[in-house]
Write a protein that binds this ligand. Structure first.
Ligand SMILES: Cc1ncc(COP(=O)(O)O)c(C=O)c1O
Length: 312
């Protein structure tokens, strides 16, 4: 994957790719005190549009509040505009968008006070996160030996950069064992989430998902809930045990990068029919229609980078 692009937005201005650098002594790099978002922009027949942009920007600002920054230099509207500008100026057909807030100088006493937040926005051309085959066939996962955060240790509602060392530990272990993704249990031993995705299971036509306390409030998770309800499925938030996954009819995950992907095997147990099941397929179909601008909910969730092109 090439992360190259023409411009990044850095602290209020567009800068060329090579010039978007920060210093080795930036405290964020040393202590993991940054916050970020992962957002995607899709090609639609009315031009390029960003999926649920305002909600992602709001979550970024919430993450900085959780991390303890008392002041943040940009409003939601300003950052929404900055993202649109960065996407438009880079002229990719579709792209991944990575805003990041980082603690600049002054954080050496292990507080965020005294430093100040810097903000950058990068975009890069998108290639499928878990591979083309994964969308159709589903992927293989295992329960990682690394526990997901307790909310009194690392804040689970915030995308704080340091939190992701936990995801990296888990995912590296799972990939080395030959799996595609890691399922993380919370400190009580119930299913929490994957390294970058929320998780759902289906049993007898009902969808279940872990409560939000120990996990990130995924924007795709919320989208799946809404689309599932629109399709007439009940989605129940309830603690989920590891063995409930093994005997589910379907297990699938949701996230900005992965979209909606089935887990066809967990801990060497085949899940359901061992491929994407009907519920995941139906939701994935709706999701694809949304992001291509062809769904009744597209106008609510797609943020056009330029004025939409109205067909003649
Ligand atoms: C730990 C974790 N859980 C869940 C998700 C899914 O969230 P979203 O659907 O907002 O991308 C992500 C990705 O951002 C994540 O990093």
């Amino acid at each position: 994957m090439s992360m190259n692009s023409k411009y990044l937005w850095m602290n209020g201005e567009l800068v060329e790719f090579e010039k978007a650098t920060i210093h080795f002594l930036t405290p964020a790099l040393h202590y993991g005190v940054g916050t970020f978002e992962g957002i995607r922009s899709y090609a639609t027949n009315q031009g390029q549009a960003v999926f649920r942009l305002r909600e992602h920007v709001q979550r970024l600002i919430n993450s900085t509040k959780i991390l303890g920054f008392r002041e943040f230099p940009y409003s939601v509207d300003e950052l929404v505009e900055a993202v649109r500008l960065t996407v438009a100026m880079n002229e990719f057909e579709e792209c991944y968008i990575r805003p990041l807030v980082y603690l600049t100088d002054g954080g050496w006493n292990l507080t965020v006070d005294g430093g100040k937040p810097g903000v950058g926005i990068a975009v890069w051309e998108w290639t499928n996160y878990l591979g083309e085959e994964a969308l159709e066939k589903g992927i293989r996962a295992n329960i990682t030996s690394f526990t997901r955060h307790h909310p009194n240790v690392m804040m689970t509602k915030a995308k704080i950069t340091g939190n992701y060392a936990n995801s990296v530990l888990a995912k590296t272990e799972s990939l080395r064992y030959g799996f595609d993704e890691a399922i993380m249990l919370d400190p009580q031993g119930y299913v929490a989430e994957c390294t970058g995705e929320n998780l759902f299971l289906v049993r007898d036509g009902v969808i279940f998902t872990p409560p939000t306390a120990p996990v990130l409030e995924g924007i795709t998770r919320d989208t799946v809930n809404t689309l599932a309800n629109d399709l007439g499925y009940e989605v129940i938030e309830t603690p989920v045990s590891r063995d409930q996954l093994y005997i589910a009819d379907e297990v699938f995950v949701s996230g900005t990068a992965a979209e909606c992907i089935a887990l066809r095997e967990i801990d060497f147990r085949v899940i359901g029919e061992g491929k994407m099941g009907p519920v995941a397929r139906a939701i994935q179909g709706e999701f694809q229609a949304v992001i291509r601008g062809r769904h009744a909910r597209s106008s609510e969730w797609m943020d056009y980078v330029k004025e939409p092109v109205v067909a003649a």
